[in-house]
Structures are given as C-alpha cells and as structure tokens.
Design a binder for this molecule. Structure first.
Ligand code: AMO
Length: 434
C-alpha cells in the first residue's frame, strides 16, 4: 500500500489507510495511548486502545522515540476528540528512520532556544509549523512577485554571479579565485541589468542571490540575500519606477494576506496592505524629522538605522507603513544614479517599510560622458568598467530600476525580529555552515 503523504488526503471511511510522518509526541495513559503524528499538512492522532491492538505493535509504537519517521497502516475513524475530526487505529507499522535521543532541538517544547542553536540544527527547527510557515510564505512571495512583473510585461533574466567588477562599492566585495585571476561575487545585478537596457529588452527582472562582504552583525544584514531587481527603459522620471515597485509590493502583500491565510494563522500574524500611492518624503524632510528627534545628523549623512527608525515612527504616527524617501544627496549614492542638476541631490530613492529600508533605486545616468564623469568623481577607473560603458556608447535609452531585499520585505511584512528568521541557512560574518 502506498504511503499517503498528506494527512489531508486521509478521508474518513471504513477503509484502511497508510500514512507516513514524524512521531511528534506519545502519551501513555495505561489502557490507551496516543501518538501525535506530523506531516507537511499538520498533525493528526493515532489512537491505541491497549486491548484492541496487537501487543507487539502496541509496545513497538509506544516505545518509539520522538521524531522517528514511521509508516502506519490502520483504520480511520471519525472522532470528536481530535482537532482533525478523525483518528487512526493502527493495525501495522514500520519504522522507516529512527530518531536519536536526545534531540538536538525540541520541536514542540515551549522553551526559548538561542537563534544559533536553531540555525545549527535548522532541519529540526523547520519542523516547527510556525517556522515552516515562514518559508512557505517566502515561496508564495516569490510567486507573487513573478505574477506581478509578468503582468507588467517584464522579462525574467539571469545575470552572472561571478565577475570582474563590483557595482556597489569595493569594500563589500567577496574576492574569489577564478582559475589564475581574481574575481568577485556579485553584489547585485546592477551593471548587467543596465547593459540590458541597451539591448532592447526594455523591462527586465531578476530574483537571485546577492553577496555583500559586510562586517555587520545586525538583525537586518546578512552576507548573502535574495535580491529582486527590476530595470525599465523609457521612463520619464524616477516616479515611474516608484509606481512600478508599488504595484509589485501591493500585489505581494495582498496575495500573502489572501493566499497565505493558513500560514499566517499558524504564525499568528496579520498582513496590513497599505493604501496606494505610498507617500514620498524627500531626504531633506527626513533629515529635519530626525534632527527634530534629537539625532545629530548633518546634510549629506546617511540616515542610518537609527534615522530610519525615527522616520518610521513618524510615519507610523500618520498611519503609513510604506513610504519612499527620495532625492538623496548625489554624494551618498552610487555612480550609476543620475544627478539632479543644479542641486546637491540625485534622482534616487529608498522604499522603507516600518522604519527599515527594503529597497533602493532611482533613475540612472544614461548619458555616456556624464556617466564617466560620475565614475571619476567617485574615484573609480572607467577602464575597469569597459564592458558596461560600451553599452552606453551605442544608443542607451533613459532608464531606472530598483533592488529589493526579499528577506527584508518578508521580515517587515510579518514583523519578524531578525532577518535570519527569513533565511533557511543564513550567511553572516560568523556563520558559513550549515
Ligand atoms: P542596495 O545596496 O541598497 O541597492 O540593495 C538593495 C536592497 O537589498 C537589500 N540588502 C540587504 N539585505 C540583507 N542583507 C544585506 N547585507 C543587504 N544589503 C542590501 C536591502 C536593500 O534595500 N543596485 C542597487 C539597487 C538599484 O538601484 O537597482 C542596490 O543593490 O533590502
């Protein structure tokens, strides 16, 4: 008999079924014993009245260690004592894979376990329904992103993750040995997605890993994250880009709320879908808010974690979870961002979600000479970027785009305390395994 993988597939009938799963818990009450079994759909009960079960089977099942994987055959009976409305009375069982004792981590014990311990034994941690639900929602989130951008006419692309140059600043590059020469892990698809704007693909997106050699041990930085990048041609201003992101983020939040309802219930969270359009604050307005709150920042300074938090509180007071911060000083933004001529600012923006940056983007400098000038101003050697610059020499339309850290977005949507909660096997300066 085939193993029925999903407990939801067990239909109440007089027939016999076979189920496979993990032994989550066993309770022995003398004359009757119960096993709580778990599979991807949840938990269900195996009920063993001592007198009605073969003694050998009874002693085998009641002696199992927690988290052992078993296959159980039995009769399904309706029950008003169980959460599912049915229970299984076993007639045969087979241990498929026994679990050692003690477990490295409890699945049901309500004790606070350190994040490090959980991550060291992540396979066991993910057995907890409330942890598994986060990754089901993350998967749904990627589906929703793809649905939204496809609807908007974007083409999915893949760009290299090993290359000769970085785009987001030298200090954050991971150097790797590429045969006889050095290479770097991609910090973002920035250079390639822009090159593609001169290919005529017009609107492209990529969802893939990005690597940052940042020595930051915070609850929002990791050294490898999944970046959702978009780039679009023929924009008339950076607001065209903002409205595009907004459309995607709105589709994601609405979809999580509707299609992720079961998982949201498991983790006890609700999703708020903010009204559109999301408000746009300028960098200067944010600086004033932050300074009024007593943070000593001056014109040109990065708002930083603390500044973002203060602006987040200010916006929460107005009932706004999601808002753009636009027109950063050009000095604070990378070479590929377009300057706002006659001002110290640039056509750039961040999207912040409850006091934390989840995306940045802007209008790009598409004019070759101005781009080279900007590189030089930032102390970069244009010769190192020849492959990129070439695309600007033979017809490059105006364009702009964004990068969203999908884990940051999920963390904020679900109010998770740490970005590591949204990554199965996170990488940070201290963690390279598992
Ligand atoms: P930026 O460097 O701001 O911009 O990155 C874009 C988004 O990526 C996420 N992110 C991170 N997430 C987790 N850990 C990190 N260490 C980390 N660093 C960045 C954030 C951030 O908003 N090329 C530009 C985007 C563009 O202009 O298109 C870029 O990479 O959510």
């Amino acid at each position: 008999m085939a193993i029925v993988k999903k407990s939801s597939e067990v239909t109440v009938s007089d027939g016999t079924v076979a189920v496979g799963g993990w032994v989550q818990d066993i309770r022995n009450l003398g004359g009757i014993s119960f096993i709580t079994m778990r599979d991807r759909c949840g938990t269900y009960q195996v009920t063993m009245p001592k007198k009605k079960i073969d003694p050998e089977l009874f002693s085998m099942l009641t002696g199992l260690s927690r988290e052992t994987v078993v296959r159980i055959e039995g009769e399904v009976k309706e029950s008003n004592q169980t959460a599912t409305g049915w229970e299984i009375i076993p007639s045969a069982a087979e241990v498929i894979s026994p679990a050692g004792v003690p477990l490295p981590l409890g699945v049901v014990d309500k004790v606070n376990v350190e994040m490090d311990t959980r991550l060291n034994h992540r396979f066991m941690d993910v057995r907890k329904p409330e942890v598994k639900a986060i990754f089901e929602l993350k998967s749904l989130m990627v589906d929703l992103i793809e649905e939204a951008v496809r609807e908007m006419g974007f083409t999915r692309v893949y760009t290299p993750k090993i290359g000769a140059a970085g785009a987001e600043g030298g200090a954050e590059l991971f150097k790797v040995q590429y045969f006889d020469r050095p290479a770097y892990l991609a910090q973002s698809p920035q250079l390639y997605k822009q090159i593609l704007m001169s290919s005529g693909l017009d609107q492209v997106y990529e969802i893939g890993p990005a690597f940052r050699a940042e020595q930051s041990n915070t609850n929002r930085h990791v050294t490898e994250f999944i970046s959702f990048d978009g780039e679009m041609s023929w924009i008339s201003c950076q607001e065209d880009v903002m409205r595009a992101i907004e459309q995607v983020v709105d589709h994601v939040l609405t979809g999580l709320k509707e299609r992720g309802a079961r998982q949201l219930e498991v983790i006890g969270k609700e999703i708020n879908v903010p009204a559109r359009p999301y408000p746009i604050l300028t960098y200067s307005e944010c600086l004033a808010i932050v300074q009024a709150a007593g943070l000593l920042l001056k014109e040109g300074d990065d708002l930083g974690t603390e500044g973002e938090k203060i602006v987040g509180e200010h916006m929460a007071g107005k009932g706004c979870d999601l808002y753009f911060i636009a027109e950063y000083p050009e000095e604070a933004k990378p070479f590929y961002i377009m300057e706002k001529d006659g001002t110290p600012y640039s056509f750039s923006f961040d999207l912040d979600f409850k006091g934390q940056e989840i995306s940045s983007g802007g209008q790009r400098e598409h004019r070759y000479d101005r781009l080279v000038e900007r590189m030089q101003k930032k102390g970069l050697d244009p010769e190192d970027f020849e492959f990129y610059l070439e695309a600007f020499k033979y017809g490059m339309p105006p364009h702009g785009g964004w990068g969203i850290g999908i884990e940051r977005m999920l963390v904020k949507a679900l109010d998770l305390p740490n970005i590591r909660e949204a990554i199965l096997f996170p990488r940070d300066p201290a963690r390279l395994s598992p």
